[in-house]
Ligand binder design. Structure first.
Ligand code: OGA
Ligand code: NI
Length: 349
């Protein structure tokens, strides 16, 4: 048995065998968006999306409009990048000034993830707060890092990201309608969106029983759109009882999940599910999430239309940009304290 660097070892209750039912009958919904072309089916699609957001916080979509050639192109070019020697990859390494680019040591809840990543801002440059200090209104610009090789990398990524963003807004509209809100209810929150997308590479791991590709976490964003290859490993914790279920790879589908911002806007009606990635000893796995994030100055708090005296707000608001810069600082390295979580903004009852 090979030794594993102890920084990767998950606590026993978080390991891949904990609370997991491998052969379960229940499937996370797969929704075919071409049904939206049939006026008689539109309302069904909207309510299926709403139900999935409530019950699982996860669903998959087919015929979603992101062309498969754009996806294949990005998959091919990023593999070429990750196969480069480390001295090439660290030329575009993430740093404190521009926290994007290549990184091989992210911590989720202070345990190291078994993966390498490459992060790219959707808007280049992107506007973020200069500091975590709530009183400081200063802003700064952050810029993408692009590798010299492969030469196609930047364009392949930009093309894919444009398609993913378009789909993200379409889904946002459907989610808005599922809540009984106007289609464009959320649009103003994205004028200076901080969306980014990430390429995850999970190499084969000698001890998948001890390490995880990504430890259990909730996404901090509004919604995430994830392209995964056919290897599998993504699992979601069921809202009703916390049991872990696999998100099976479906060819050409994208996995959609609700993030913390949407959970808060809906005052917990929609669920931001914990999820994690299990690795294996033989096959590397790739995934490409697009994280839809609001503008830095957006106050994330339950929507007035969705609260009432019977359903009072469960969260105090927080400024999205300040949350992001606090979080991003702590994801780099092991900290003595747990990093900032949305539960810190729960109204104490
Ligand atoms: C993430 C994530 C899942 C996956 O990057 O936040 O949950 O399958 N990724 O890679
Ligand atoms: Ni995630």
């Amino acid at each position: 048995m090979e030794d594993l660097d102890p920084t990767y070892i998950q606590a026993p209750e978080h390991r891949s065998d904990s609370n997991f039912i491998p052969n379960q009958p229940e499937e996370i919904p797969v929704i075919d968006l071409s049904r939206l072309d049939d006026p008689e089916d539109v309302q069904n699609v909207i309510s299926e999306i709403g139900d999935a957001c409530e019950k699982w916080g996860f669903f998959q979509v087919l015929n979603h409009g992101v062309p498969s050639d754009a996806r294949q192109r990005v998959e091919k070019t990023v593999k070429m990048f990750f196969d480069l020697p480390m001295e090439e990859k660290i030329k575009v390494k993430r740093d404190d000034v521009n926290p994007v680019g290549y990184h091989d040591g992210e911590h989720t809840k202070n345990v190291k993830d078994w993966k390498e990543v490459f992060d790219i801002y959707f808007k280049d440059p992107m506007v973020i707060p200069s500091t975590t200090d709530p009183e400081d209104e200063g802003l700064r610009l952050v810029y993408n890092k692009w590798p010299q090789s492969p030469s196609d990398f930047r364009e392949a990524c930009e093309v894919y990201a444009r398609h993913a963003e378009k789909l993200a807004f379409k889904l946002l509209e459907l989610i808005s309608l599922s809540l009984g809100l106007p289609k464009e209810r959320f649009h103003d929150y994205f004028k200076e969106q901080m969306s980014f997308f990430r390429i995850n590479r999970y190499p084969p791991c000698p001890r998948p029983d001890l390490a995880l590709g990504v430890g259990h976490h909730k996404d901090a964003d509004v919604i995430s759109l994830l392209a995964q290859d056919d290897v599998g490993g993504l699992q979601v914790s069921r809202r009703s009882d916390g049991v872990w279920f696999p998100i099976r790879p479906v060819p050409n589908a994208l996995v959609i999940n609700i993030g913390n911002c949407m959970e808060i806007w809906t005052n917990d009606k929609y669920w931001s599910a914990e999820h994690r990635v299990v690795v294996n000893t033989t096959r590397e796995r790739y995934s490409i999430p697009f994280f839809l994030l609001p503008s830095h100055d957006v106050e994330v708090k339950p929507l007035e239309e969705l609260v009432s005296p019977e359903n009072p707000p469960k969260y105090k608001g927080y400024k999205w940009g300040k949350f992001y810069v606090s979080r991003n600082r702590s994801d780099f390295r092991k900290l003595e304290i747990e990093n900032i979580q949305i539960d810190d903004f729960k109204v104490k009852t």
